[in-house]
Structure formats: C-alpha cells, structure tokens
Design a protein around this ligand. Structure first.
Ligand SMILES: Cc1cc2nc3c(=O)[nH]c(=O)nc-3n(C[C@H](O)[C@H](O)[C@H](O)COP(=O)(O)O)c2cc1C
Length: 250
C-alpha cells in the first residue's frame, strides 16, 4: 500500500451526508475554490463558475424547486443539502470566455455542443479537486446531481447569463457521521491495456453480489430509480434546458 498522504486521502474519501452546524471559514472556502481552479483546463478557457449559495432563503428556494420535480418515491437523497453549511453550485460557464473573445475582437465561434463538453470536462475536474481539498482540510463533502434536472429553473432564479449551465451541487461541511468506504470494481474491470478487455460475467457478478449483498438488490435499486417514463422526462427536460442556454442546438 502506498503511504503517500495525497493517495491515502484519495483512497479514504467517502461521501458525507450529515454535517455539524460549524461553518466552513471563508479562508478554507477560498482555498478549496483555489484548489479547484488549479485543475487542468482545456485551452486555458477555465470554462466554469462556482456559485457559493450562502443565503438561507435561496437554499430553501432551491430545495423547494427540487421537491416540485423530484418524485417522493425517489427517497431523501437531497437530505444532505439540509445540514451542509457550504453549498457550491458547479456550472459550465462560457459567458466569460465569449466576453473575452469580444473584448479582443476575435471572430471565434465555438459550437454549442463543443462548449458544453469542454465546460463539463473543465468544471468536473475542478469540482473533484475541491472535494480532495476539502477532505485534506478535515471537511467532508457530497455531490448532489439534481441541479442538472432543474438547470432552467436555477438559471432563472439565480439570474444566470446565457451559456451558463448549473449542473452539480457540492455540499461541504464538518462530518457528523462516519460512514464506511464503499467498494469499487476491481482494477482489472476498469484498467485496460492498449485496447479494451471486457471483464468476465463472473467478475461482474461477484463484485455486485459482494457490494450489494445480492444481485436482486442491485437490479431492483436501479430499476426503481430509472423507470422508462422518468428517463424520457429527464431526457426531454435536460435537452430543453441546455438548448435554452445556447449550449446545444438541433
Ligand atoms: C454526479 C454525482 C451526483 C451525485 N448525487 C448524489 C445525490 O444527489 N445525493 C447523494 O446522497 N449522493 C450523491 N452522489 C454521491 C454518490 O452517491 C457517491 O459518490 C457514491 O455512492 C459512491 O460513494 P462514495 O462517494 O462514498 O465513495 C453523487 C455523486 C456524483 C458523482
């Protein structure tokens, strides 16, 4: 086992969903965002913005928007938002880059889909840097993926400009729980050499059986979360919202 501290921090990380009420200091918050900014970024576009949602009224408004869309059957996966003192909304942002093109009088036009993909890569790399930075400061964190389903509503309620796509919330705070570390697939299922070596059925079954207790449990949990009707709705909503931001055409 590698004793390197950074690797140990990465290997011991797990999502935290219950936080103490202690606030995260401004210095720590800014260090976390700085660490996010240090992530590699394609063509130096830095195609992201991070919104610190600190106003309790806006937090409540966002929870209410989620509750108008999320099926009650979906469980209380958003509960993590209730105790997290620090909310950082991760956005794809090409508005700033387009402004810079304009200031420099550059006649550069990027395709909407290219902007979206570039922005998602940049923003996700930065987001994970923030997770690790938070962890290294003794904080815990958890992503909430629902913002991508209500991105149109978030754009409106936060007054975001065109080409900004809020898609992921990072909740951070001091851990008030000590969950166990979740297993991952064995390395030979995800690491390939010079091509693609599909993992055997036996390997997949044995991993999912040992992680979830039984294969039935895995299947029913995914089947429950992805009924066809919900999938159709999610696809349509996402397409409509992203198109309205100018980050997808067709
Ligand atoms: C894009 C994304 C969205 C997520 N959304 C949620 C969420 O809405 N609620 C939640 O409790 N956890 C959420 N998570 C956390 C995952 O459930 C968690 O990372 C996964 O179960 C593995 O557990 P671990 O992070 O403890 O290793 C999300 C993670 C990612 C990467």
């Amino acid at each position: 086992m590698n004793e390197n501290l950074v690797i140990q921090t990465l290997l011991n990380r797990r999502s935290i969903r219950k936080f103490k009420s202690k606030e995260v200091s401004k210095v720590d918050m800014e260090s976390i965002v700085n660490a996010g900014q240090r992530a590699p970024t394609g063509t130096m576009f830095q195609a992201y913005s991070f919104i610190n949602i600190s106003d309790p009224r806006i937090k409540e408004e966002i929870i209410q928007i989620i509750l108008t869309f999320a099926s009650k059957k979906e469980g209380r996966w958003w509960q993590v938002m209730e105790t997290a003192p620090l909310w950082i909304l991760i956005c794809v942002d090409f508005a700033r880059q387009e402004k810079i093109f304009e200031i420099l009088n550059l006649d550069i036009e990027l395709g909407p889909l290219d902007k979206l993909v570039r922005g998602l890569i940049d923003a996700n790399l930065a987001a994970e840097n923030m997770v690790i930075a938070a962890e290294s400061l003794g904080l815990g964190s958890c992503f909430v993926g629902y913002p991508k389903r209500i991105s149109g509503e978030l754009v409106e309620s936060l007054g975001l400009p065109e080409s900004v796509f809020p898609f992921l919330l990072l909740c951070i705070g001091y851990p008030d729980e000590d969950p166990s570390i979740k297993t991952r697939l064995p390395i030979n299922a995800v690491l390939h050499e010079n091509g693609y070596q599909a993992p055997s059925e036996k390997l997949l079954k044995s991993y999912y059986e040992s992680s979830y207790g039984s294969l039935d449990k895995v299947g029913s949990s995914w089947g429950f979360n992805f009924p066809l009707e919900a999938t159709r709705w999610r696809e349509q909503k996402l397409r409509k919202d992203i198109k309205s931001m100018g980050l997808l055409n067709g």
